[in-house]
Ligand binder design. Structure first.
Ligand SMILES: Nc1ncnc2c1ncn2[C@@H]1O[C@H](COP(=O)(O)OP(=O)(O)OP(=O)(O)O)[C@@H](O)[C@H]1O
Ligand SMILES: [Mg+2]
Length: 436
């Protein structure tokens, strides 16, 4: 990577700079008196230098265990016994104000540091940084960064409440970022295809997006960081809402992989039926009784992606066969094991060895290209998501697994089928890998 000066995007005329700075100052004042978020569509020098300052600060990693302990108030020097931790209104207890104040103070410091690192990365990534959708994402990040850093120190429950409202709106503003970045990758691929961009820097493979190593590493960093931010914010917001039995925020202390597989399988079968008029049976075997602490929503996301792939491959490969071969999910664990391992086996014909590296690419898909064309042209944001279409399922799922200290491997037997191995850390004691 070239050592370019940071935040290259500030190229404002003097007049523009002066007016932007004025606007920035007045919005700063407004932010101090109002909870309305200011909107920065141009990144001023003042904002730039603040971002630079935050990139010098170190990011702090958390682990599932840290999140659980924070949620139970153990870092306040006051450990709640498990049975009491969920007591309170209607037999359950809202997380105490002290826990929320502590968490909010941490996030107020931590989130802007993480956002600043990403803004810098968005500004430096070769080729992708010039794509309109990537620039739009950078602006979303810069706006959120300013909103967060303008927020006064949180000392009272009223300030904590205002902070939570701000984070909630930030959380939903960022919901579309994944789609926006995906569009940025498509824009780059199109620009390369049309010859607007000459070659991928440092690649031997010519102009294929699948081989643009720097872009893929950048996207891995970007999504990993996004997962981290959303977990921290999601956990804090979940602690503020009505407690659910057995949960600390988003973490279910007794997550049952077999339950989650069943829910994901139901969704995948539905989608498969919609696309192909039928679906293979999904059999779940192994440690059906097993439970461990995890965030079930994320596990369900990953399992759905893997099951969609397995069901699609089975339905397409055996289109002429009367009965589709069963997809098998095996859950393994022993009390001494480091990991809970889940294997999803299909007989969907496998993947050619020459293609196996590409499956981790953010644009590699064998799905109907019409789906992607509609996506990039914004023609279709239909309410029904397709069973396959963007090439995002596997790389994003692997990022989720790695974020929580696990991993995802895909082993294929061309002409027969595919095994996907999902490794989940049992103890949740691995700290998040935060990209710098
Ligand atoms: N179990 C499988 N059997 C055969 N091929 C597979 C399997 N899983 C993945 N693949 C191949 O890898 C490609 C990439 O998979 P990935 O899940 O990342 O994207 P996708 O399914 O094409 O789109 P989506 O973003 O909707 O998941 C698929 O298009 C398919 O060609
Ligand atoms: Mg998929």
């Amino acid at each position: 990577m070239k050592n370019t000066p940071i935040i290259r995007f500030v190229t404002l005329s003097k007049k523009h700079t002066a007016s932007t700075t004025r606007r920035y100052q007045s919005t700063l004042q407004a932010a101090a008196t109002s909870s309305e978020a200011p909107c920065y569509d141009v990144i001023s020098p003042a904002v730039t230098s603040r971002i630079e300052e935050y990139t010098q600060r170190e990011q702090t990693s958390a682990s599932l265990q840290t999140l659980m302990k924070t949620g139970r108030g153990e870092y306040l020097g006051k450990a709640y016994p498990q049975s009491q931790a969920f007591m309170g209104r209607m037999g359950q207890r809202l997380a105490t104000q002290r826990i929320l104040l502590q968490d909010a103070a941490f996030l107020r410091e931590e989130i802007p540091i993480r956002l600043a690192h990403r803004i810098l990365d968005l500004d430096r990534v070769p080729m992708m940084r010039d794509m309109p959708s990537v620039i739009a994402v950078k602006n979303v990040y810069a706006n959120s960064f300013m909103e967060m850093t303008n927020f006064p120190k949180i000392q009272s429950i009223y300030e904590e409440e205002a902070f939570a409202a701000m984070l909630e709106s930030l959380y939903s503003k960022h919901a579309n970022v994944l789609v926006q970045m995906a569009r940025g990758a498509y824009e780059l691929r199109d620009a390369v295809r049309q010859g607007h961009i000459q070659g991928s820097e440092g690649s031997d493979h010519g102009l294929e997006f699948e081989h643009m190593d720097q872009c893929h590493k950048f996207l891995d960093r970007f999504y990993l960081s996004r997962i981290g931010i959303r977990v921290l914010v999601g956990q804090y917001l979940a602690l503020r809402s009505e407690p659910v039995d057995g949960f600390v925020g988003m973490i279910n202390i007794h997550t049952s992989p077999s339950d989650v597989v069943r829910q994901a399988a139901n969704d995948a079968v539905l989608m498969c039926n919609r696309s192909y008029g039928r679906a293979p049976h999904v059999e779940i075997i192994g440690r059906l009784d097993l439970t461990f602490p995890y965030i079930p929503a994320y596990l369900r996301y990953v399992l759905l992606e893997l099951l969609k792939n397995a069901l699609r491959a089975t339905a397409e490969t055996h289109a002429d066969v009367h009965t589709l071969p069963t997809v098998t999910v095996i859950i393994a664990d022993g009390t001494e094991n480091e990991d809970v391992v889940i294997k999803i086996s299909d007989e969907g014909g496998g993947i050619a060895r020459s293609q196996i590296d590409k499956i981790w690419s953010y644009l590699f898909t064998t799905a109907d290209p019409k789906i992607q064309e509609a996506f990039i042209g914004e023609k279709d944001h239909s309410n029904q998501s397709p069973i396959a279409g963007f090439g995002y399922g596997l790389p994003i799922s692997r990022s989720y697994c790695r974020y929580f200290g696990g991993d995802l491997h895909v082993v294929s037997m061309e002409g027969y089928g595919t095994d996907a191995f999902l490794y989940l850390k049992r103890l949740g004691d691995i700290v998040e890998p935060i990209p710098v």
